[in-house]
Ligand binder design. Structure first.
Ligand code: HQG
Length: 176
């Protein structure tokens, strides 16, 4: 349970508010683990604890650098970082889970990225439904990813299997 709290704290400082832990994120989103440990006074962090939280995280939200000195969030940032992902060819259909109260607006302007850097998509209907449930009655949307790719739209896949795209226009969405 305590680890969940720490995981949420890591998401907060590595995605949104590094200043809370006085962290300097480099332009690819990496922060020094030593700084994180030394500056997170409200959490008794150690390298071992951080490593175990990164390993056990249900969505693999974080990555540790090869030299073991740095940590970053794999996706979900609101601060300006360049994850340096390479554009990847998506499968024919990807999914997005949303809440029923957003559908009217989505039909009008498509899926927009809001506070995040991208619209988040998944290959898994289950994952999409779980994501949608966070905001209300979940609705599953299918996205014609291959058709968008053929039109030149770039798709990126994060280290933890989240698909990212700038925008999904309504005509590329399936609502049933
Ligand atoms: C909705 C979790 C109205 C969109 C998940 C979503 C994901 C619109 C909400 C990651 C809209 C934004 C991201 C429009 C989109 N009108 N509402 N035109 N277009 N929306 O949290 O995709 O736990 O920023 O459907 O696993 O829900 O953080 O995005 O409901 O990967 O690691 O606006 O968050 O990962 O909500 O979730 P979010 P999301 P973590």
């Amino acid at each position: 349970m305590n680890n969940k709290k720490i995981s949420k704290y890591l998401s907060l400082v590595l995605r949104h508010k590094p200043e809370l832990a006085n962290l300097q994120l480099n332009n690819q989103g990496w922060a020094l683990i030593d700084d994180l440990i030394n500056n997170s006074h409200e959490h008794a962090l150690s390298l071992e604890l951080i490593q175990s939280i990164v390993d056990a995280n249900d969505k693999q939200r974080f990555a540790i650098s090869e030299d073991g000195k740095m940590i970053r969030a794999n996706q979900g940032h609101s601060i300006d970082v360049d994850l340096a992902l390479e554009a990847t060819i998506p499968s024919d259909i990807l999914f997005h889970g949303t809440a029923s109260r957003f559908i009217e607006s989505i039909k009008e302007i498509g899926l927009i990225k809001g506070q995040r850097h991208h619209v988040h998509l998944t290959e898994s209907k289950d994952t999409a439904m779980k994501v949608g449930r966070r905001y209300g009655k979940a609705v599953l949307l299918g996205i014609d990813a291959k058709a968008m790719h053929m039109q030149g739209v770039k798709f990126y896949k994060t280290q933890n299997q989240v698909w990212l795209v700038e925008h999904v226009p309504p005509e590329k969405l399936h609502f049933d």
